[in-house]
Design a protein around this ligand. Structure first.
Ligand SMILES: [Zn+2]
Length: 308
């Protein structure tokens, strides 16, 4: 696919190379501060004066390390990014992901406007290793995901290497598909679909809830197909031959049945599917691409499960 030279998104934060703030470090630090405060309050007036003088001198000479011990520095027990591990690489991956985000930001507002769905942009955090999200800590096992709490896509680009090595899904359009699928979850959030699903959690038996979750995931694949179709007609030279096949292979490669047979016990358990089978994912992506019509996707929510 062609991507260079288009407008990049301003909603991308690159956290690669950044050490994660350590909760343990912070707690230990404030504990130390409490002990010092208690000591100060219990001391005699004379000792208090000596403590203040010693603290002032210590602060003058050892400001940095002291703040860290007391828990005031953002790094806690882990070194702070700027001084120790260096800034995030401003590389082709960031440019590519920012362009994909920019593409989604241009495609979706007019499509949603037709149905009176208010649009607001989604954020993206690029990270490696571990990073803090509203729902807890994300790491390499998380895979790319959308967090409705802060309307942010979290993505560790090493996932793309895994796509290639483990699933044989190659090509930059496979990566565009992954971003489009995650952005689609943001669109579903704006449409109220994620709220609907969230409310059913815990109310429905797990197998039934998983079936609803499959619909939401297939709908995201449908929206990703719509994005590809609209981007191609909007940007003129977006898709190259073979791109759609790349996305379809990728959609097929990360279907639940494939993932389960590669990573699980080898036995495929349809009741635990939360993303749909490879065949279903490719089918709905293709339907989004061929129709480009938001209303067609609504069929997913009313169709019989067998027809998905
Ligand atoms: Zn998804």
């Amino acid at each position: 696919m062609r991507w260079k030279g288009r407008q990049q998104s301003r909603h991308v934060e690159d956290r690669r190379g950044q050490a994660m703030t350590s909760g343990r470090g912070r707690r230990a630090g404030s504990g130390m501060l409490n002990i010092l405060l208690m000591g100060f309050l219990r001391a005699s007036p004379k000792t208090r004066i000596i403590m203040v003088v010693v603290a002032a001198i210590a602060f003058l000479f050892f400001r940095g390390p002291l703040l860290e011990i007391l828990g005031f520095s953002s790094g806690g027990s882990v070194p702070v990014q700027q001084t120790q591990t260096g800034a995030a690489p401003n590389d082709e991956m960031e440019a590519y992901l920012s362009t994909m985000m920019g593409d989604n930001e241009r495609i979706w507002p007019p499509l949603l406007q037709r149905f009176d769905i208010p649009y607001r942009p989604c954020q993206m955090v690029i990270y490696t290793g571990r990073t803090q999200t509203p729902g807890g800590i994300a790491d390499a096992r998380s895979g790319p995901f959308y967090s409705p709490g802060d309307e942010t896509i979290y993505i560790d680009p090493t996932f793309f290497d895994e796509l290639k090595q483990r699933f044989g899904a190659t090509g930059d359009f496979a990566e565009a598909y992954v971003v489009a699928h995650e952005y689609a979850h943001h669109i579903q959030n704006l449409m109220g679909r994620l709220d609907e699903l969230h409310k059913l959690r815990g109310r429905l038996p797990t197998a039934e809830y998983n079936k609803r979750s499959v619909r939401v995931e297939l709908h995201a694949d449908f929206l990703a197909g719509m994005f590809a179709k609209t981007a191609d007609s909007t940007f003129g030279s977006f898709l190259e031959s073979g791109d759609i096949e790349e996305a379809m292979r990728c959609a097929a490669a990360i279907g639940d049945d494939r993932i389960q047979s590669q990573f699980g016990s080898g036995r495929i358990k349809p009741e635990s599917f939360t993303h749909g089978t490879s065949e279903q994912r490719a089918k709905w992506f293709k339907l989004g691409f061929s129709t480009g019509d938001l209303r067609v996707g609504e069929k997913l929510y009313t169709a019989a499960y067998e027809d998905l």
